[in-house]
Ligand binder design. Structure first.
Ligand code: DGL
Length: 302
């Protein structure tokens, strides 16, 4: 049914381990306001970062199978850890186009660096996979990549969102929408000082939770370091891929937005997620994902 109005009006599936991928969903919604979106936050199993990549690959298969069963025309893995663990396998399994966030982030970093010294911060899983270093050096083998796992930033972002109900003066930055305790700033310094001393001029925020901490991270690394998040670049890729396939939503399509979570606290997901998405999440749904084998058995081979 490719290239019929019904196919082109189908939603884009976007997922992450929690709220972080909403930073990517937001950019897709901004760049492509006519497109419908189904977002899934796998909050019940967040965080992905410390898990074995094989386990995360299984989650990616299961979630993509669910999104395909919901009729999506494309999938964006809006989680770096899940991209590193499962993008290739997912592309081999499913026939809809699937992109991750590592390649777009790597490309943006290569375009931004002037001294060809690029830092990458991400979860343990993403750093240990070497996905960013590989993707960056694949585009420009002359770039030196300095990578550091900053696993506690996920916890800081998630906890910061939970605390951000306080008075305005408690916020490190209104733009960040995240409360940052002084103790967190010490953690950030510990993680980021060594990178700063390496003389990087570009730093990839290689986890979709990290743009929520932009103010904190920017304050430690200094203004001269360009912070890269893959969200905008990933949204550009979505537009380019759907455009090339003639699969952009028709001009008169009325876009729908579904927000789903595997977690049980729907109110919390709606209120914190709405802050990340920067507009209210209406009618958040709880989803029980089918077992992976069950979800995969009805698929047509690629
Ligand atoms: N947002 C995920 C990423 O981009 C990581 C968060 C987690 O550890 O679950 O890697």
């Amino acid at each position: 049914m490719e290239n019929t109005d019904a196919y082109n009006s189908a939603p884009i599936g976007v997922f992450d381990s929690g709220f972080g991928g909403l930073t990517v969903a937001r950019e897709i919604a901004k760049a492509l306001p006519g497109e419908s979106i189904i977002y899934l936050g796998d909050s019940a199993r967040c965080p992905y970062g410390p898990r074995d990549l094989t386990e995360v690959d299984g989650f990616v298969q299961q979630i993509c199978a669910w999104l395909v069963s919901q009729g999506v025309k494309m999938i964006v893995i809006a989680c770096n850890t899940a991209t590193a663990a499962g993008l290739v396998h997912a592309q081999q399994t499913f026939s809809v186009p699937i992109i991750g966030v590592v390649e777009p982030g790597a490309r943006a970093a290569v375009h931004a660096t002037r001294n060809r010294r690029v830092g990458v911060i991400a979860t343990k899983g993403t750093i240990e996979s070497g996905a960013y270093a590989h993707a960056i050096r694949n585009i420009d083998a002359g770039i030196t990549v300095f990578s550091t796992a900053t696993p506690r930033f996920v916890e800081i972002a998630e906890r910061g969102i939970r605390m951000a109900e306080g008075p305005v003066e408690d916020y490190t930055s209104l733009a960040s929408k995240v409360y940052v305790r002084p103790a967190f700033q010490e953690i950030a310094k510990e993680y980021l000082e060594p990178l700063r001393r390496c003389g990087i001029d570009t730093l990839v925020l290689g986890c979709t939770h990290y743009p929520l901490l932009k103010a904190l991270i920017g304050a430690v690394v200094g203004r001269e370091v360009t912070l890269i998040s893959s969200a905008k670049e990933a949204a550009r890729d979505v537009r380019a891929i759907l455009g090339r396939k003639g699969a952009l939503a028709p001009g008169d399509a009325v876009p729908t937005r579904r927000f789903c979570t595997t977690g049980s606290n729907l109110e919390e997901f709606a209120s914190f997620g709405g802050r990340v998405f920067r507009s209210p999440l209406e009618g958040v749904e709880h989803i029980e994902l089918p077992r992976c084998d069950d979800a995969l058995k009805d698929l047509q081979p690629v």
